[in-house]
Design a protein around this ligand. Structure first.
Ligand code: AHR
Length: 639
């Protein structure tokens, strides 16, 4: 039986408790993923510099040209040449990121254009739109009068492409077509096309992926990485000022994980997105170490510290008395962003020798200037006790189950803890010493979701020190994957929510603001005899639990996770209430007798597992529930 003391005060649970990471680039999660841009290689930076993704049709040819570039950030562009006057519609096209999803809606397209010398567009108009792979079926088209552009000068065009009937196929192209009779050399750069975006943001996010983030109700978003913050080399790190301002002035950089990172979804877009989904940003800043193993020497650190100061000023300073604040306002955002947490570096456990001087150098300078920000170290190895530390754990289920009491066993006072990355990556418990080896999961299973949820219960129970925790990584483009498993898998037109996603959603959407005292007993001992940290406190056998309350709604939120192969029957008594109410339980389970390692939501079977919801009645605060084998359950009840 489970005994819960009703109260209106208790250990406070921070709203940041269950978060997400938005690491730009891993698994093509940004360009080709969350960033809604449909045109692949829009500025010809992929694969060194190339025309990858582009091809010509009809007459004429395409080439890469460095001639008088659009900007120093975008040094090459596409030149389309018609040596002879064309006799049929001709032009060039782009195959998108693994295809283009075309629906009945308006698309916003743009490009920079330059006609060289005597070049001539017959009738002055280009046709721009979408076609199927044969070029025969046109889904939407716009005509643009390019005769208004001065000869030999770059000129921007932007316009709408209406689509009346979409298609379920994604084997489509975005094309730019010249009418017959055209001739000469024409240049293009930053060829771009967006569908409607999340919250209608210009240069914004793909709606279904953004909505999947929002539905988690994440308390925080850690960004922009992860390894992508560090970059492959020091010059290829995340350099914030390269990610803001006009797109033609953003050089991008070699992707840390894959392809080219355009940084079209840059610092302001990232922070706006975090606001749009109602989360708290946890900004990770570059701390002088990159993935080639090189660290900035101690006596050369100052410019990197200054870079972070400018970044934080840019995000947080007033636009009335700070030059970075002024710049932010000039770029369209006058109100400062609210930043409470800044992480210095990423996984410096791998570079602890140099973190010993890098952490104090950054921390001392930054904490003095921004006293209201909590600074998070990435390891405690080799540094003095920091205010907070980020733990990362990629492991097997057994690890998370056995470590249920990890955070309550840390002696207080303790630094705050962000569990910035964690997930079950291998369901085979025998791989606990090498989970990255054989048996690595493609997709999370029910067993993974159960083990992660047990760890999460540990976070809530230790909310005096835990800032929050986050499954990582979050996004996986099925066509370009460097890391499995992930929380959300997507292709060009659909999104799959994994078992781990469903479990995290149950936790994120059902967050109390205080912990209620609760104890569990079986026939061998009484509630009064339950000792802190012993059986009955947070767990009994293979059943794990935390009782919380949302005080402003007076609602009990009870989370129960069963890691047993048998169902567990629980009698619950909430003390101090005589209410008889209807409550609800949400359950995620493999189903009776089903091996929990065999149930995964995948691209081909997206709904193998789902959350089901059931009402129940409590009488005078008493009710009984059966927690199915290998399941995650959230019970809500008015008190
Ligand atoms: O989440 C994937 C990677 O795992 C992150 O980039 C890195 O921080 C960690 O090693």
């Amino acid at each position: 039986s489970l005994n819960i003391e009703n109260a209106n005060t208790g250990q406070i649970i921070p709203s940041t408790m269950h978060g997400v990471i938005l690491e730009t680039n891993v698994n093509r999660d940004d360009d080709g993923g969350l960033y809604a841009e449909l045109v692949y290689n829009r500025a010809f930076q992929e694969k060194g510099q190339s025309l990858d993704g582009w091809s010509s049709f009809g007459q004429g040819s395409i080439a890469l040209s460095p001639f008088q570039p659009l900007s120093s950030a975008l040094p090459v562009h596409l030149r389309y040449s018609l040596i002879e006057k064309s006799i049929s519609p001709s032009g060039f096209r782009n195959n998108g990121f693994y295809g283009i999803n075309i629906q009945a809606q308006n698309y916003t397209a743009s490009f920079f254009y330059r006609a060289l010398g005597e070049a001539y567009v017959a009738g002055g108009e280009l046709s721009i739109g979408f076609s199927d792979s044969t070029g025969q079926i046109i889904y939407g088209i716009s005509t643009i009068d390019v005769s208004v552009a001065p000869v030999d000068k770059w000129f921007p065009f932007s316009f709408t492409i209406p689509v009346l009937n979409g298609t379920s196929s994604v084997k489509n192209f975005f094309f730019i077509k010249f009418p017959p009779g055209s001739k000469g050399d024409f240049e293009f750069n930053l060829v771009s096309c967006f569908p409607p975006t999340y919250k209608n943001r210009v240069n914004g996010a793909r709606i279904d992926i953004a909505q999947a983030f929002a539905d988690l109700k994440p308390g925080y978003v850690r960004l922009p990485g992860g390894n992508d913050l560090e970059g492959l080399t020091i010059p290829e790190r995340f350099i914030w000022n390269n990610t803001v301002g006009l797109l033609e002035n953003r050089p991008g950089r070699r992707g840390t994980w894959t392809g080219y990172n355009t940084e079209g979804f840059g610092l302001i877009e990232l922070f706006t997105f975090v606001e749009d989904i109602g989360a708290t940003p946890v900004l990770a800043v570059y701390a002088g170490y990159s993935l080639d193993g090189k660290a900035v020497p101690q006596d050369e650190l100052q410019p990197y510290i200054d870079e972070v100061i400018k970044e934080l000023d840019f995000l947080t300073a007033s636009a009335s008395n700070n030059s970075m604040g002024v710049l932010r306002e000039r770029l369209g955002r006058s109100q400062p962003f609210d930043i409470k947490y800044v992480e210095i570096g990423n996984e410096d456990i791998f570079a602890a020798d140099s973190y010993s001087y890098r952490w104090p150098a950054f921390y001392n300078a930054l904490s003095q200037r921004y006293p209201n920000i909590t600074f998070i170290a990435t390891t405690t190895k080799s540094i003095n006790t920091p205010p907070a530390v980020d733990d990362h754990d990629y492991q097997v289920p057994l690890f998370f189950i056995e470590n249920f009491r990890r955070y309550e066993n840390i002696p207080r006072p303790s630094p705050k803890v962000l569990v910035g990355e964690f997930s079950v990556i291998n369901d085979d418990d025998s791989k606990i010493s090498n989970p990255f080896g054989a048996g690595r999961l493609d997709y999370p299973s029910i067993k993974s979701a159960v083990a992660e949820s047990i760890y999460r219960i540990g976070f809530e129970r230790n909310s005096d020190i835990i800032i929050g925790g986050c499954y990582a990584p979050v996004l996986q483009n099925i066509f370009n994957t460097q890391w499995t498993p992930n929380l959300i898998v997507f292709n060009t037109s659909s999104v799959v929510k994994s078992t781990s996603y469903l479990a995290q959603k149950m936790f994120g959407q059902n967050l109390g603001n205080i912990i209620l005292n609760s104890t569990a007993t079986n026939s061998s001992f009484t509630h009064q005899s339950v000792q802190k940290g012993q059986e009955g406190d947070g767990k009994l056998g293979n059943l794990y639990f935390v009782a919380t309350k949302l005080t402003h709604e007076s609602t009990l939120i009870l989370k129960l996770v069963n890691a047993d192969s048998n169902d567990t029957y629980v009698r619950v008594q909430v003390q101090g209430t005589t209410l008889c109410c209807e409550g609800f339980m949400e359950i995620l389970t493999a189903g009776s007798g089903v091996d929990p390692t065999t149930v995964h939501n995948t691209i081909s079977n997206p709904n193998a597992a789902s959350i089901y919801r059931r009402p129940f009645w409590s009488i005078n605060g008493a009710f009984s529930i059966t927690v199915p084998s290998w399941s995650v359950m959230v019970v809500t009840l008015p008190l």
